[in-house]
Design a protein around this ligand. Structure first.
Ligand code: MG
Length: 159
């Protein structure tokens, strides 16, 4: 059995009047993420962790933000494509662990749904996907409500 680990990171700016999509779930808020796609930082970090583990480049290479094809893209579709790419190489996901840093709103109530959605899109079990949320105690750009950060780690297995 061969194993590979990957990590991913993403950040998006927050502005009023935009939809907030996180880990595939719409989070009701008067603020949302500025992006070429739907701005789902958690899925973008997860995609980069998956691509990194399989040494298949990064999300910016696969889905250029200069391309109209990915304008306002649903990040769940990007994740589906990334999963196809890693499975084409014979990899399966052992687990994925995601951290989201956001000052507001509180996303705790949405985490179970996020895990359901990600597991479904990735075609894996819910207990293979972890989503954790934190604030930054009002420190830094996250703490000032200017942006949202996300980190993901994945383990792939093959053979
Ligand atoms: Mg992004």
């Amino acid at each position: 059995m061969d194993f590979r680990i990957g990590q991913g990171y993403d950040v998006h700016r927050i502005e009023a009047g935009l939809p907030m999509w996180l880990a595939g779930v719409h989070v009701p808020s008067e603020f949302g993420f500025v992006a070429h796609s739907d701005g789902d930082v958690a899925i973008h970090a997860l995609c980069d962790a998956l691509l990194g583990a399989a040494a298949l480049g990064d999300i910016g290479k696969l889905f250029p933000d200069t391309s109209s094809e990915w304008k306002d893209a649903d990040s769940k579709d990007l994740l589906r494509i990334v999963m196809e790419r890693i499975r084409e190489k014979g990899w399966e996901v052992s687990n994925a662990d995601i951290t989201i840093a956001l000052q507001a709103p509180k996303i705790g109530p949405y985490i179970a749904r996020m895990r359901d959605v990600l597991a479904s899109v990735m075609d894996i079990e819910k207990d293979q996907v972890s989503v954790k949320a934190t604030t930054t105690e009002r420190l830094g750009f996250v703490g000032r409500g200017e942006g949202c950060e996300s980190w993901a780690v994945v383990l792939l297995r093959r053979g």
